[in-house]
Each structure stands twice: as C-alpha cells, then as structure tokens.
Design a protein around this ligand. Structure first.
Ligand SMILES: NC(=O)c1ccc[n+]([C@@H]2O[C@H](COP(=O)([O-])OP(=O)(O)OC[C@H]3O[C@@H](n4cnc5c(N)ncnc54)[C@H](OP(=O)(O)O)[C@@H]3O)[C@@H](O)[C@H]2O)c1
Length: 271
C-alpha cells in the first residue's frame, strides 16, 4: 500500500489521479481531512498523533514547506520518525533541485535528505525543479508589463505534471529506485524576456530592492518575502538554468515544454 501525503495539494492530486488510472493500491493523507474516509485519512505533519503509517509499504512524502525552517524541519522529522516506528519499507521524498541550494527553503530540504540518509528506511529523493506554473505566477503581467526582478537569468522550470509522472514511475516500482537521488529540472532554460514575448507582454524587470519594498506589507506571512526574494536572486544570478538531470530516466514520454506550460498558465488566469 502506498500513502500520498499533502492530498489536497496540486502535486499530490496529480499523482493520485495517475495512481487511480493505473489501478494502484493507494491512500491519500491530508492534514485538512477531519477523519478517515475511504481512501482519505488525516495526516498532519504538525500532529504526530495522526502519523499512523501502519500497513504502509511506500510513503510518498510531499514536503510541507510553507513555514520557517524550524517548523518545516520539525514536521519532516515527525514524518520520518513515524515511518521508522511504523515499519514503512520505503520513503519517497519530494526535495529541491541541486541548483536550488541558494533558495531560502533549501535548508529544510537538505536537512530532510540528511535525516533520511541517517534513517533506517529505504529512500528515494526526487529533487524537483521549480514549477513552470510557479514562475508564471511570479511573473504575471499587470497591464501588459512584467515587473518581476528575474534580471537576465534563464530558468529550467518544469511542468508539475512531469514531476507527477516521474513520481508515479518511482511509486509503481519503488524497490528499483532505492538510494537514488533524481535531479529533475526542465529540459530547456528560458529567460523571462522570452516568456514575455510569447505571451505578448513587455518585460521591464524591477530591481531586487524595489521588489523587496513591494513585498514588505501584508498579506504575506513573515517568512514569505525572504523566500520569494531568494527565487528572484537565484534565477537572476543564473543558478537555476541548468537543464542537466535525470528526467528522461523517469518519463516514458517526452517532457512537456516548461515555457509552453508557463504561457498556458498565464492564459488560464486571464493575464
Ligand atoms: N518546486 C516548486 O516550484 C515548488 C513550488 C511550491 C511549493 N513546493 C513544495 O512542493 C510541495 C508540493 O507542491 P504543490 O504544488 O502540490 O503545493 P500545494 O498545492 O501548495 O500543496 C501543498 C500541500 O501541503 C499539504 N500540507 C500543508 N500543511 C501540511 C501539514 N501540516 N501536514 C501535512 N501536509 C501539509 C497540504 O495538503 P493537505 O491539506 O491535503 O495535507 C497542501 O495542499 C509544497 O508543499 C512545497 O513544499 C515546490
């Protein structure tokens, strides 16, 4: 039996839909679920009492990364500890691409990878690239102008659906992926100026200082400005442009085009 955490999230929903189509044996954990109901159970990383993984062979642990490092580390430690106690055979963790080491949320991912390596569990680490859909959301044009401070940097963003396909390849036959770390960037890198051209917008990048000033007021949570700024800085400095990775090993079809996915995300939002 496979358990997918973060069940109401975008990535987990895509993974669960694929598992359903393939007729695989799975359950979904969600911190928002009130109680166990059919394929759904309450799994809240913040509440160790809900982390009952008995009967689970493979745990697909989707990072619950929205928080300060100490919060995320505590959450992830709770999950790995419960998996050890409950005799989970293998844990598949959605981490962050190697090139993302300068991002504000990298530390909690690397801490979790280290915790897994030191655990008694078999593990597989999926180092996910930044989503094309996320870049589209951060570079949404206003009145035809993109002001996001990505500079001249290119980004090898990846379609969330490709990451879901890659995860399902691993979950379908977990034993053959034990001890593997897969780097999963998009297949090609594109600058924001190209994205702007494709969607018929103008790219007029703001400076990091201007962007930070714009982020300093609510409704952002206190930890969010630093995380967002780190994405702009890392892309701008060219740290997320590397397309070398392992995606093709896990996909049975050609990867989706990240730029195309980002453009369609803008079109869907009416931007
Ligand atoms: N690579 C990237 O570009 C990128 C971008 C954004 C985020 N991420 C990371 O990748 C993860 C998956 O991405 P996504 O697009 O699916 O994000 P998402 O749609 O925001 O889903 C995240 C899910 O995490 C679950 N969650 C929140 N708090 C939790 C808790 N205390 N315990 C257990 N689960 C909790 C929630 O699902 P339930 O309420 O069902 O539990 C939530 O829906 C995110 O959580 C984040 O850590 C990656």
């Amino acid at each position: 039996m496979i358990l997918i955490t973060g069940g109401s999230g975008h990535l987990s929903s895509l993974v669960a839909a694929r598992m359903e189509r393939l007729g695989l044996d799975y359950v979904v954990g969600s911190h928002a679920a009130r109680s166990a109901d059919g394929r759904r159970r309450r799994i809240d990383f913040d509440d160790p009492a809900t982390l009952d993984f008995s009967g689970i062979d493979t745990l697909f642990m989707v990072s619950a990364g929205y928080g300060e490092d100490d919060v995320v580390i505590r959450r992830h430690d709770n999950v790995v500890s419960a998996a050890e106690t409950c005799g989970v055979r293998q844990l598949v963790y959605t981490s962050l691409i190697g090139g993302g080491d300068h991002l504000g949320f990298a530390l909690a991912h690397r801490w979790t990878e280290r915790r897994l390596r030191a655990s008694g569990l078999s593990w597989t680490i999926l180092r996910n690239g930044l989503y094309a859909e996320l870049i589209a959301a951060l570079a949404m044009p206003e009145n035809g102008v993109i002001r996001a401070p990505f500079g001249d940097g290119s980004i090898a963003a990846i379609a969330r659906e490709d990451l879901a396909d890659a995860a399902v390849t691993v979950l379908t036959n977990p034993a053959s992926h034990i001890g593997r770390i897969y780097e999963l960037p998009g297949r090609r890198a594109w600058p924001l100026s190209q994205f702007a051209r494709e969607i018929g917008a103008e790219y007029r990048p703001a400076s990091l200082e201007e962007a930070r000033r714009g982020l300093s007021s609510p409704p952002l949570l206190p930890f969010q400005p630093a995380m967002l700024m780190s994405i702009y800085s890392a892309v701008s400095a060219g740290f997320l442009a590397d397309t070398l990775g392992d995606l093709e090993q896990l996909l049975t079809t050609d990867p989706r085009d990240g730029l195309d996915v980002a453009c369609r995300a803008v079109a869907r939002s009416g931007g």
